[in-house]
Design a protein around this ligand. Structure first.
Ligand code: HEM
Length: 492
């Protein structure tokens, strides 16, 4: 039986425990909010949000009308251009002016490491380009970069044209989700480019469908439970590795005199340079080569398809621009026909002046990669502030692209603003500094080639457009953008 005394005692214990809990929560909250403030000159403005999750959920929620740019602007108005937050499980500093973005991306005193999300590093492997740092990063970056910049790409344009023409040959009379359709084509182009895998074969189809799942991974939390995107993406990546690893072994043996049916179609990818790389002082393993070659496919695989889809979207919504782009494409095609050519060559790209402007404007208005992230390896002194060791720095390019002083009426799609080529410091779709995108020339080539072939061969009607843009970590259309295509019968 409860006596009055025992009831009072229990009440006292409960009250004391509650007070302890409240004090504990307030202290934890205070510690969280003042983390790093011992360093006095850390930007004191900003909010670290909720314990553990910080402000990540409000950032992840940036879709549709609530853009990441709006999220940033609201805070800049409140706290100024450099402010603290807590993003993706790390205390963070947002550095938003052009000068701050440059500082983060160029890292002049080599005090930073890459801040790619944990899920990205775990799926792509410990030797993917995102996980490598210092000399190892520089070496591997150079090999990848040199292999897909313009001089090398020139050698591949006729095969790329063939892939495009073959893939588009079934579009007449069909309704397609343009983004999905483009994505498959780009994956095939890339597996051909990096592994020499014939794009018409069954292997390329299997890899392309697995890659559709792998690319879910980097955008999700790294929880390996059945049913999660991370789980599905990790397993799909393992299956791609199982397919690709024997090809890498064959290519390595071909470099030392053996034979490989892939070596001839690999079109001079500098595999030997890659096999010569030393990681941690040891000869590179086949799995590491595989991860290095897969990282551009996995990161870059979605970008060009998204740009083609968005270009078609904007042109469809602006008939006068569509007409202008089509007239330009028709003129280039006519000139080529007179010379007996059908392929779009690298030198033709400069004749597609308006299409280049459309391409730049898509990259500006929908900054596909909204920013670059780095982690401080030591306390970093910058403009009177100290960024503490271990803090994450985010440099968003999206604000530069939507700055009304640089781009009047920035939300308006207006390719004419690129009549003169963009100023590199004010146009950063591919970043800058020593981690600038290695796929920049590849993207321009394949996007313009895809638009050229689509515009010269088809007209289309919009069947459904339930698509909404999701902004982070990369711009992506979720939902459908279905078009029904018809061959152009009355070509000028
Ligand atoms: C619309 C298309 C694309 C956009 C907007 C884009 C944008 C970017 C940006 C901004 C970065 C730098 C991120 C940073 O500084 O942290 C980057 C890095 C990278 N991109 Fe792209 N990219 C695109 C397509 C591609 C393609 C097609 C490939 C491969 C063929 C590719 C491969 C890479 C790689 C490997 C890196 C990592 C470089 C490093 O960490 O050293 N990207 N990309």
């Amino acid at each position: 039986m409860w006596t009055e005394e025992s009831t009072n005692a229990v009440q006292q214990i409960v009250t004391t425990l509650s007070v302890f809990c409240i004090v504990f929560v307030i202290r934890a909250w205070w510690n969280w909010q003042t983390a790093g403030l011992g360093l006095k000159s850390i930007p004191s403005k900003g909010s670290l949000g909720w314990p553990i999750v910080g402000e990540s959920l409000s950032v992840i929620g940036c879709t549709g009308d609530f853009t990441f740019e709006r999220w940033l602007r609201e805070r800049i108005q409140k706290y100024g251009p450099m402010f603290k937050s807590h993003l993706f499980l790390k205390p963070s500093i947002l550095m938003t002016t052009a000068e701050e973005v440059k500082f983060v991306l160029e890292d002049p005193h080599k005090q930073m490491r890459n801040g790619a999300p944990e899920s990205l590093k775990r799926i792509f492997g410990s030797t993917s380009i995102f996980a490598l740092e210092g000399e190892e990063h520089r070496h591997v970056y150079k090999i990848l970069n040199d292999s897909i910049l313009m001089p090398e790409l020139k050698k591949k344009t006729s095969e790329f044209n063939r892939i495009m023409r073959h893939s588009l040959s079934s579009w007449d009379g069909n309704t397609l989700d343009i983004l999905g359709a483009m994505q498959t084509i780009i994956f095939k182009l890339m597996t051909f480019n990096f592994f020499g895998i014939p794009w018409e074969g069954e292997i390329a189809d299997r890899i392309a469908s697995l890659l559709d799942t792998v690319v879910l991974g980097p955008t999700c939390l790294p929880f390996y439970f059945p049913g999660t995107d991370f789980y599905k993406a990790s397993n799909a990546k393992r299956k791609v590795t199982e397919i690709v690893l024997p090809i890498i072994r064959q290519l390595r043996s071909a470099e030392t005199g053996g034979t490989s049916k892939y070596a001839s179609s690999a079109e001079k990818f500098p595999y030997q340079n890659l096999f010569d790389v030393k990681l941690n002082g040891k000869e590179i393993s086949d799995t590491a080569v595989c991860d290095i070659l897969m990282s551009p496919i996995l990161t870059g695989g979605q970008g060009p398809g998204t740009v083609v889809g968005l270009a078609i979207y904007h042109l469809t919504n602006n008939p006068s621009m569509l007409q202008k782009a089509q007239a330009e494409v028709d003129q280039v095609r006519k000139q080529k026909e007179e010379l007996g050519e059908t392929d779009l060559s690298v030198s033709d790209l400069k004749d597609l002046k308006y299409l280049n402007q459309v391409y730049n404007e898509v990259l500006r208005i929908s900054t596909i990669v909204p920013g670059g992230g780095r982690v401080a390896l030591s306390d970093i002194h910058f403009n009177g502030h100290v960024i503490p060791k271990g803090w994450f720095m985010l440099a968003p390019f999206v604000l530069i692209h939507m700055d009304p002083e640089l781009y009047p009426e920035p939300s308006k799609f207006d390719p004419d603003r690129f009549e003169t080529p963009p100023n590199p410091g004010k146009f950063l779709p591919f970043g800058r500094g020593y981690r600038t995108c290695v796929g920049r020339d590849f993207t321009r080539l394949v996007v313009l080639m895809a638009l050229y072939h689509i515009l010269s061969n088809f007209t289309w009607d919009v069947v459904s457009c339930s698509g909404k843009l999701k902004y982070l970590p990369f711009v992506k259309m979720i939902g459908e953008f279905q078009l029904s295509f018809r061959s152009r019968t009355h070509l000028p």
